[in-house]
Design a protein around this ligand. Structure first.
Ligand SMILES: C[S@@+](CC[C@H](N)C(=O)[O-])C[C@H]1O[C@@H](n2cnc3c(N)ncnc32)[C@H](O)[C@@H]1O
Length: 280
């Protein structure tokens, strides 16, 4: 861990649903701050926000059963807006630099929902880095890549610690971060790595869930507020603070659960646009 940002684990202040201001007595405040709040954050992610993913490679089959195999949580088009809109998301990436000969980084590639498509889009002259913190997901990605000669030859599977990214400077045309940002334990630190690995004209395409129950169609009510530590405005500010400029917030008409933000990296010597974000 670096000292650049504190681990993110609980919803950030200011992004909860609006409610009427309420005053508390000193005794009530003591109970809320000293007794209730610490207990809530421990309850929410007692072993960290990635504990369900951080498994050894021997657990790859179990993760595939739950998340992969076309019908699991990440891959089932009936159960996930991203999977249902995969073709439109690929078209958006194609319009933002994902083309033959390009280098793309799929940061937090999970089960490899986009692995084969991205590899074929960059083709034999291109390069795909599929990055993970989970040895079990990395094993699934290796297996998936091994099924297709071209995918195998252009794909490099990277396993990095949660506060790092083992990819060289200035190589990426596109970095894709899909439903991963809210899982970043050290978001600003990782975004600084993303800025470092992007080419000057490269793009960061970030997709994440709306922190709004009304827009989340396949999760239990309350999931969005419990699972996502902050909303789009907070995440946008954090990314800007890591040295990015917002390019566009495109919409896909059939994508209701998620928002999309596209950023370009500021030049290395540019000032960061906001003070250090603290996201815990
Ligand atoms: C909800 S899954 C999304 C997987 C995939 N992007 C998709 O859309 O199907 C989040 C993934 O992010 C990975 N992850 C979390 N923090 C990460 C980090 N710092 N670097 C790389 N991957 C990370 C997790 O291991 C997990 O596979």
């Amino acid at each position: 861990m670096t000292t650049e940002d504190a681990p993110a684990a609980t919803p950030a202040a200011g992004s909860e649903p609006k409610e009427e201001p309420k005053t508390f007595s000193t005794e009530e405040l003591f109970v809320v701050v000293v007794v209730v709040l610490p207990f809530c954050s421990v309850q929410m992610f007692p072993d960290g926000v990635n504990s369900v993913f951080l498994k050894p490679k021997e657990e790859a089959d179990r993760l595939e059963e739950v998340y992969g195999k076309g019908q699991g949580i990440f891959e089932n088009p009936e159960g996930r807006d991203i999977a249902m809109n995969a073709e439109k998301i690929k078209a958006l990436l194609a319009a933002n630099g994902l083309k033959e000969g390009a280098t793309i980084v799929d940061l937090g590639a999970g089960t490899g929902l986009f692995l084969s498509s991205f590899a074929h889009m960059v083709g034999s002259e291109g390069k795909l880095y599929a990055s993970e913190i989970s040895e079990a997901f990395a094993e699934l990605l290796r297996r998936k890549a091994a099924q297709d000669e071209l995918v195998k030859s252009v794909t490099e599977i990277i396993v990095s610690p949660e506060d790092s990214l083992s990819i060289a400077d200035g190589v990426a045309d596109v970095v894709f971060i899909c439903d991963v940002y809210h899982h970043l334990t050290y978001p600003v630190t990782v975004m600084r790595h993303v800025r470092r690995i992007l080419k000057p004209e490269g793009k960061l395409v970030m997709i994440d869930f709306h922190r709004d129950d009304e827009k989340i169609w396949r999760k239990p009510k309350g999931w969005a507020y419990q699972h996502l530590r902050a909303d789009q405005d907070t995440f946008r500010s954090e990314i800007l603070s890591a040295g990015f400029t917002l390019v566009e917030e495109p919409e896909i008409d059939t994508l209701t659960e998620n928002y999309i933000m596209i950023f370009s990296p500021n030049p290395p010597d540019a000032e960061t646009s906001a003070p250090e974000a603290k996201s815990a």
